[in-house]
Design a protein around this ligand. Structure first.
Ligand SMILES: NC(=O)c1ccc[n+]([C@@H]2O[C@H](COP(=O)([O-])OP(=O)(O)OC[C@H]3O[C@@H](n4cnc5c(N)ncnc54)[C@H](O)[C@@H]3O)[C@@H](O)[C@H]2O)c1
Length: 417
């Protein structure tokens, strides 16, 4: 038996979705008016298919309860789907979450091991740093007396039913294996990959998704402003043509390689063209904040890599740089992150820098007269240093993971993560 707390967009969809999968589900809603309306088989918001599903399952697999204790006593898993609105300072208001948890835990007797599942969107570290200590103070040990997980929801309003029933992925943030496996089992009849991740990762993935979408929308809107300041640009047509890029197609689409962390973009086009459009836009009296930030973050990430190395390696030690080209399978070294990172390491007092790149070494050496030793092979570089910094995702480095990982690796292309 499953209990769902909060029967709004997410909670009602979750409750009816699990009913449709033949789980007996209790729904608990604090808003009396909403609850009574749902009991008459009518939903208080517009959402395709939900009303049909409500009438199909109401009082059969799906019961809307007044008595929370009855629901909690009879359930193994409790999903929290209450709202997490913004506080006036922009932070997430967790009052509803804590009120709901408080009302539920009062009915949980420790030996029964019930799993709490936070489906509401909550900022990364809420489960581990706020909810876990809260339960700890009440005497519950996570994974022993009570289960605790988060399970972000990715449904879109207007498509809630289809998104819930046919998810692209299911994310379960958990600390203990027992809780993770109980929640995973519930989702086993869904045709989607299930990722069990750390509590913080689970919450982070949801924010990663929403902030990326927000950034893409602002990107499109900023481009529309730039286009208007230039004039005679059919912005709709321009975006329609942009969408034809085959990197958008597929699962995962090749475009995903651009939405992946690294140590900065480089090469001939992205830095140069972004700078040029910023410059033209400023000339037209519009300051393109998003593009300016894009360039700024591209510098910040390189500084971040350098400070990570500086914090962990002494300047008089040898340090190996793996990769000089701005991307793999290329000898292009124009605006490559490796140049800026090596220069900054030199400024920080590093004198013994040894570099290796399968293709771009001669070009790098010729273009930039940096006081760096060049190794003629990966093995030769590894024989000279205990620390390596990976700056280009070359297949050779992926293939030689075991060898490279014998040394301390700063994996800034996330090859081995
Ligand atoms: N709406 C979306 O498209 C969407 C998508 C993914 C994730 N989310 C997240 O899911 C969460 C819920 O969103 P929503 O759109 O369903 O919100 P909502 O406001 O539609 O529903 C929340 C419901 O919880 C009820 N509630 C509050 N406290 C309660 C309590 N103590 N006991 C029982 N019921 C209680 C409210 O009365 C309300 O009906 C939010 O964190 C939101 O960010 C929303």
């Amino acid at each position: 038996m499953i209990t769902v707390i909060g029967l709004g967009f997410v909670g009602l969809t979750t409750a009816l979705g699990f009913s449709d999968k033949s789980y007996p589900v209790y729904g608990y809603e604090i808003d009396e008016k909403k609850k009574e309306q749902l009991r008459t088989g009518n939903i208080p918001f517009y959402e395709p298919y939900l009303e049909e599903k409500l009438n199909q399952h109401l009082n059969k697999g799906f019961t809307i309860v007044d008595d929370l204790q009855e629901a909690v006593n009879n359930s193994k898993v409790i999903f929290f789907c209450v709202g997490t609105p913004s506080n006036t300072d922009g932070s997430a208001d967790l009052t509803y979450i804590f009120d709901a948890i408080k009302s539920v835990v009062g009915y949980i007797n420790k030996p029964e091991f019930k799993v709490l599942v936070l489906k509401s969107t909550i900022p990364p570290s809420t489960t581990s740093e706020k909810i876990k200590p809260f339960l700890g103070n009440l005497g519950y040990r996570i994974g022993v007396d009570i289960g605790l997980t988060n399970n972000p929801e990715f449904l879109r309003e207007g498509y809630a039913w289809d998104d819930f029933m046919n998810p692209d992925r299911i994310v379960i943030g958990r600390e203990d294996e027992k809780s993770g496996m109980i929640v995973e089992k519930i989702y086993q009849t869904f045709d989607a990959p299930i990722y069990q991740v750390t509590l913080n990762t689970g919450e982070f993935i949801k924010y990663l998704s929403n902030t990326m979408l927000a950034t893409l929308i602002s990107f499109a809107n900023e481009q529309s402003i730039i286009a208007r300041t230039i004039g005679d640009i059919d912005i709709k047509q321009a975006f329609q043509v942009l969408h034809l890029d085959k990197r958008w197609v597929g699962a995962p689409a090749s475009m995903t390689s651009y939405v992946y962390p690294g140590c900065g973009f480089g090469g001939y086009c992205l830095p140069k063209d972004t700078k040029a459009l910023v410059s033209q836009s400023l000339f037209n009296s519009y300051s393109p904040e998003l593009l300016i930030s894009t360039l700024k973050v591209n510098e910040t990430i390189k500084e971040f890599v350098v400070s990570d190395v500086v914090n962990k390696v002494k300047a008089n030690e040898n340090i190996g740089i793996l990769g000089l080209a701005f991307k793999p399978n290329s000898n292009d070294i124009r605006e490559t992150p490796a140049k800026a990172i090596i220069e900054r390491l030199i400024q920080k007092g590093f004198k013994n820098i040894i570099a290796y790149d399968p293709l771009a070494m001669e070009d790098f050496k010729g273009a930039y007269s940096l006081p760096v030793e060049y190794a003629d092979s990966l093995q030769s570089l590894l024989s000279k240093t205990n620390h390596t910094v990976i700056l280009t995702a070359w297949p050779e480095f992926i293939k030689n993971e075991e060898l490279i990982k014998r040394k301390n690796v700063f994996d800034y292309r996330y090859l081995y993560a």
